[in-house]
Design a protein around this ligand. Sequence first.
Ligand SMILES: [Zn+2]
Length: 478
Amino acid sequence: MRSLFLFSCMVICGFIGTIAAQDNHPNLDYFHKNVEKNIDSRRFGYEAIKPSIEKLKHHSDFKVELLGQSVEGRPIQLVSWGTGEESILMWSQMHGDEPTATMAMMDLFNFLMDEQDERGEALKANWKESLSLYFIPMLNPDGADQFRRHNAMGIDINRDALKLNTPEGRALKAAKDRLQPDWGFNLHDQSRYYQAGHQPHPATFSFLAPAYNEAKDINGNRMAAMQLIVALNELAQSQLPGQVGRYDDTFEPRAFGDNMQKWGVRTILIECGGNPADFEKQDIRKNHFLFYLHIFDQIINQSYQQYALSDYEAIPFNRRRMMELVVRNADYTYLGQHTHLDFGYQFVEYDTQDHRSGYVRGSINEIGDLTGYQGYQELDASDLVLEKGRLYPNTFKQLTDLTPSRIQQLHRAGYTAVKLKNLPPKAERYNLPIQLRSAKTKQVDNEIKLYGNPAFVLRDQAGRVVGVIVNGVYYPIE
Ligand SMILES: [Zn+2]
């Protein structure tokens, strides 16, 4: 049923007005040649990266050592490469449901392992001689297995830098103490509902040079981290114009990033957010791969030193203003109140039982004036009639009766919900563009309500159905 979900994603994505992502960076060849095909979506556990790690163990350029074990006994490994003086420690996925940097790390390992063209070999030779790279891929394998943030004890590892209650936190701290890296990269994913400042784009990447004290002082190390972020911002802007944000630098005394900075490591937080047409973050992964290469070059050439504090401060702050779908200027009447209002849906994501696939439920999270908000899909309803979706009176036998053409017929007739004699459990997981209800259902409630998930039919002035909204997605009808 995954294909159905992809179908709905394609529909979502086809409709977003945004600046097209660039795909012309010379280092992208290395990505396409070395992408780890074993992983192609966000939900994977340690078993998915294990073959990559095993391969490294047999490659003479790499060293793989066991740093520790997670609460449930999964390995936490340290991968080392290079013999240079400047050392860089990168750890990914301390939050189990934040896997993008891990994916890109597997691609990077492939790139480092395999023979490349002349330019690629020259790049690698330069890095190998100048840098010592240390990676901890998937610091929280138990969380990854369940696709959840916390470790198996329910502890947020990123709030465990001082107490060190978790074996995962202790592994990271021990690696830092032993290696004393010059640079630290704390690699995460953030909500797809962050907007890049006041720009009508998601913050596909966000950065932070964490503060090391309450006063948010800037010492030499933190300044270097800020400058390197500016270099990464330039690269990101060239690929994803307008889609970069910055985190607020309020000091969090328990977090690893803040403490790494305090312990003298030049620390950078990278967060992967949302991206149009990229629900599974495969395009973001590609850009994250570019970051790795850029980081190595910048550190060797020290070219980041050209940037000023003001360049860092010019990166706009994240704002939680993205929506999946924003409907604007809808003519709507509720208990006699006639309005022209905006409303926006976000998705709440749910897991299937094995945590290896997911599904979403739309939720209206803001009603009224949505000026300043941006939808991945935008629908101006000024010249349309918004009609509550209706329940088709007859009952279908089973799911397979709902072919795409049958669903479209129902849409054209103003129906957004059907009854099924054999309603499968958790029917939402099919992500169909129609609401599925049991045979006993008498009516559907499609009122605009906060945190509700109503369905609508949109008609033009001639009364023709031009599209429907179901589960937070607008489906235009050709
Ligand atoms: Zn995180």
